[in-house]
Design a protein around this ligand. Structure first.
Ligand SMILES: Nc1ncnc2c1ncn2[C@@H]1O[C@H](COP(=O)(O)OP(=O)(O)OP(=O)(O)O)[C@@H](O)[C@H]1O
Ligand SMILES: CC(C)(CO)[C@@H](O)C(=O)[O-]
Ligand code: BAL
Length: 286
C-alpha cells in the first residue's frame, strides 16, 4: 500500500505499481493534467480521493494536442512545486513521462472521435482533440483506471473522452467535475499566468457574461439572443478578441434553436486577451 507520493517516469515502472494495486483489489483513479497545478486540478484530486484507493495524477505537456503556432514550448512548467501540491492534495502516484517515453518515433496511431469534435475548440484548434484522445487512451492503457476525473472547464474534452471510452469499451467511468473559479469569477487555468493585469481585469467579462446569460435564459431569451448579447458584452472590452461564442446541446454539441425543458445545453466561450486564449462555459438544464 502506497502511503506517500511516489514519482514515476517510465511506463514499465507505472505498470508494476498498477499490477500491485490491482492484485490488492484497489480502485484506481486517474487525474490527467499538463501540470502547473492550481485549485482546479486539486479539486479533481479531492474527488478522486473520495472514490478511489490509489490516486494517480499524470503531468505531461502533450505535444500531439498543440498546433504548430500554439504555446507548446512556452506552456508553464514547474515540477518541483507541482510535486509538493500533488503530495499535499493526496496523490499517491505522480506519472511524469518524457515525450520520448510516451511516443515511439514516429507515432503511427491516432484516435479520432467524430461529431463532438466538430464545433468549438475542435474547429479553432484543428487536430487538438485527436491529440487529446490519443494521449488519454494511452494513459488509460497504462494506468487501467476504474475512474478518470476531468474538469468541466474543458467541457468539450469531457464529451470527447466520454464518447471515446464508450465507443472503445474502455472499462473506465469518466467523472466530470465542476469549474473552480477565483474569488472574482475568473475560471482557474494554468494559462492565466500569461495575462497582464489589465488583460486579467478585462477577462472577468467571461464569467460575468455567463452569469448574465443564465439570468437572460431564465427570463426566456432564445439561444440566438443570448449569443448576441454575450458577443456585445465581450466586444466592449478593447483587449478581447472573440474566437467563438456558441450555445449548443450538451453533451452532443449539436445546434440548438430553442431551449427545451429538461434538455441540457452549454454556453461556451473562447476569447483571446493579447496572446492568451481563455475558455469558459456554463452547462445547465432549463
Ligand atoms: N478551473 C478548473 N476547474 C476544474 N477543473 C479544471 C480547471 N482548470 C483545469 N481543470 C481540469 O484539469 C485537468 C487538466 O487541465 P490542464 O492541465 O490543461 O489545466 P488548465 O488549467 O486547463 O490549463 P490550460 O487551460 O491553461 O491548458 C482537465 O481535466 C481540466 O478540465
Ligand atoms: C487531458 C489532458 C491532460 C490530455 O493531455 C489535457 O488535455 C488537459 O490538461 O486537459
Ligand atoms: N486543458 C486543455 C489543454 C489544452 O489547452 O491543450
Amino acid at each position: 500500500m502506497i502511503k506517500t507520493l511516489q514519482q514515476v517516469s517510465t511506463i514499465a515502472e507505472m505498470r508494476q505499481h498498477i499490477s500491485e494495486a490491482k492484485r490488492a483489489g484497489q480502485r484506481i483513479g486517474i487525474v490527467p493534467t499538463m501540470g502547473y497545478l492550481h485549485e482546479g486540478h486539486l479539486s479533481l484530486v479531492k474527488a478522486a480521493r473520495e472514490k478511489c484507493d490509489l490516486v494517480v495524477m499524470s503531468i505531461f505537456v502533450n505535444p500531439l494536442q498543440f498546433g504548430p503556432n500554439e504555446d507548446f514550448e512556452q506552456y508553464p512548467r514547474n515540477m518541483e512545486r507541482d510535486r509538493e501540491l500533488a503530495s499535499s492534495a493526496g496523490v499517491d502516484l505522480l506519472f511524469t513521462p518524457t515525450v520520448s517515453e510516451m511516443y515511439p518515433q514516429p507515432i503511427l496511431t491516432n484516435i479520432s472521435v467524430a461529431n463532438v469534435t466538430n464545433p468549438l475548440c475542435g474547429r479553432s484548434r484543428p487536430g487538438h482533440f485527436d491529440g487529446v484522445s490519443t494521449v488519454v487512451m494511452k494513459l488509460f492503457q497504462i494506468v487501467q483506471p476504474d475512474f478518470a476525473f476531468f474538469g468541466q472547464k474543458d467541457a468539450q474534452q469531457v464529451a470527447v473522452v466520454t464518447q471515446m471510452a464508450y465507443d472503445l469499451s474502455v472499462p473506465v467511468q469518466v467523472i466530470p467535475c465542476p469549474i473552480i473559479r477565483e474569488a472574482d469569477g475568473l475560471a482557474m487555468s494554468s494559462r492565466n499566468v500569461y495575462l497582464s493585469a489589465e488583460e486579467r481585469t478585462q477577462a472577468l467579462v467571461l464569467s460575468r457574461s455567463l452569469r448574465e446569460a443564465a439570468a437572460w435564459i431564465r427570463d426566456g431569451a432564445s439561444p440566438a439572443e443570448v449569443r448576441t448579447r454575450i458577443i456585445n458584452m465581450i466586444s466592449e472590452m478593447p483587449l478581447a478578441s472573440i474566437d467563438y461564442v456558441e450555445i449548443l446541446s450538451y453533451p452532443e454539441l449539436s445546434t440548438l434553436e430553442q431551449f427545451k425543458d429538461g434538455e441540457a445545453f452549454i454556453v461556451a466561450l473562447a476569447v483571446r486577451f493579447g496572446k492568451t486564449r481563455l475558455i469558459d462555459n456554463l452547462i445547465e438544464t432549463v
